[in-house]
Ligand binder design. Structure first.
Ligand SMILES: C[S@@+](CC[C@H](N)C(=O)[O-])C[C@H]1O[C@@H](n2cnc3c(N)ncnc32)[C@H](O)[C@@H]1O
Length: 223
């Protein structure tokens, strides 16, 4: 799906199937309840940034949960891929989400750093394993510059049983989108907790919630 010349119908279906897959495998409700909700400011408006937001389903979910909990929060999703941005903008409009609560931009984290933007919470989902050896430390360094309270980069944990289970669970989707093929490639490319610990910049912590997730977490000044 990263190829510019990939089949647009399959790509559209891939974005459309992300919410289902993310809901089953990515554990964001738990991350929201245990890490994000306690960190969001209650006495002023808050901001959340989702880096590499793709079709924006996690971006929309975080907004919905935070507002349901009474937070006055604004969420921004960025992705350098124009097709992801178009899908995310359209999905938000179809869901009737007001633009003052949710925005999607075609951008890299480095562009937000260059324009001096800051957010209370910075997150990403399934982005770390996409990043090459140069991009990885750059995105973490950008995240440090952009984060006021807490940063969470969550990803798949590489393990053999993840490949097996994901392969079996997504058999019904085979051929209808890029979910199965790209998902299996992503699991192969992803990190074990120890690999991620060796890769993150100083000051970052690596968590390994459940059997199939890794999280790189950073709090300004926490060391
Ligand atoms: C597997 S998708 C995940 C999308 C979304 N976060 C989700 O979980 O459904 C990875 C996304 O990361 C984006 N991406 C890749 N490199 C990036 C970078 N350096 N900065 C920001 N986003 C990037 C890609 O364009 C792609 O949309």
């Amino acid at each position: 799906m990263d190829r510019v010349d990939c089949n647009p119908v399959l790509l559209e279906r891939t974005y459309a199937q992300f919410p289902l897959v993310n809901r089953i495998v990515s554990g964001w409700r738990h991350v929201y309840v245990t890490l994000i909700r306690p960190a969001l400011p209650r006495n002023r408006s808050g901001t959340i940034l989702d880096i590499g937001c793709g079709g924006g389903d996690i971006t929309r979910m975080l907004l919905r949960w935070a507002r349901a909990d009474g937070f006055d929060v604004k969420v921004l999703g960025i992705d350098p891929d124009a097709r992801a941005n178009i899908f995310a903008v359209r999905a938000a409009a179809n869901a009737g989400i007001p633009a003052e609560h949710l925005e999607f931009r075609r951008a890299l984290s480095s562009e937000l750093v260059a324009s001096g933007e800051r957010f209370d919470i910075v997150i990403s989902n399934h982005v770390l394993h996409h990043l090459g050896p140069v991009e990885f430390p750059e995105v973490l360094s950008d995240t440090e510059s952009l984060t006021g309270i807490l940063a969470i980069h969550s990803d798949i944990r590489r393990r053999r049983s993840a490949l097996l289970l994901f392969g079996l669970a997504t058999l019904p989707l085979a051929g209808s989108s890029f979910i199965r093929r790209d998902g299996l490639t992503s699991i192969r490319r992803s990190y074990t907790p120890d690999e991620l610990r060796r890769k993150v910049r100083p000051g970052w912590h690596v968590l390994a919630p459940g059997l199939y997730r890794v999280i790189a977490l950073w709090r300004p000044g926490a060391g």
